[in-house]
Design a binder for this molecule. Structure first.
Ligand code: CMP
Length: 145
């Protein structure tokens, strides 16, 4: 089933955008929107609000606001799970032992600096795509997606 998901390249991997886009296309997914932006603390805390009570929340928000991120809409068959499979396990060290060809194994550092994010469900994807690519009725060129 064709789906859309939100991929976010985190500040530690923005210079690897070329490798990441190659990994997406080589799994037969498409990048249908893209935006580079620097998130404010408030924006990052809102994006990750489901984690606000976790012990790593402040580190996470600190990290994703430490530099630019690149948000992408990724489209294709089972895109939500397909993109998360490309990412591999959340912890980059675990990824290196359990999924050595995964994106996080190759480009991530640890459990927080893990190169990229992927929506964990269709509902999260809808929310996260709207966060980065809000629906509008006017103002600027239309998307081709
Ligand atoms: P992400 O896929 O963006 O979703 C939530 C993020 O929180 C996750 O990637 C990591 O960057 C971070 N995270 C999740 N679990 C931990 C953890 N145990 N310790 C530190 N950071 C974590």
């Amino acid at each position: 089933k064709k789906e859309r998901t939100l991929a976010m390249i985190k500040p530690d991997a923005v210079t690897k955008i070329g490798d990441i886009i190659q990994m997406i296309y080589s799994e037969n997914l498409l990048v249908t929107k893209a935006k580079m932006t620097k998130l404010s603390w408030k924006q990052a805390a809102d994006f990750y609000s489901e984690h606000q009570s976790k012990p790593f929340f402040n580190n996470l928000v600190q990290f994703v606001t430490s530099g630019p991120v690149v948000a992408m809409e990724v489209m294709g068959d089972e895109a939500v799970s397909a993109w998360r499979k490309i990412l591999g396990p959340t912890d980059s060290a675990a990824a290196r032992s359990d999924a050595p060809r995964s994106l996080r194994a190759q480009l991530g550092t640890d459990g927080t600096k893990n190169a990229a994010h992927g929506s964990d469900s269709l509902a999260s994807a809808a929310r996260e795509l709207e966060f980065f690519f809000p629906s509008t009725t006017s103002g600027g060129p239309s998307s081709t997606a």
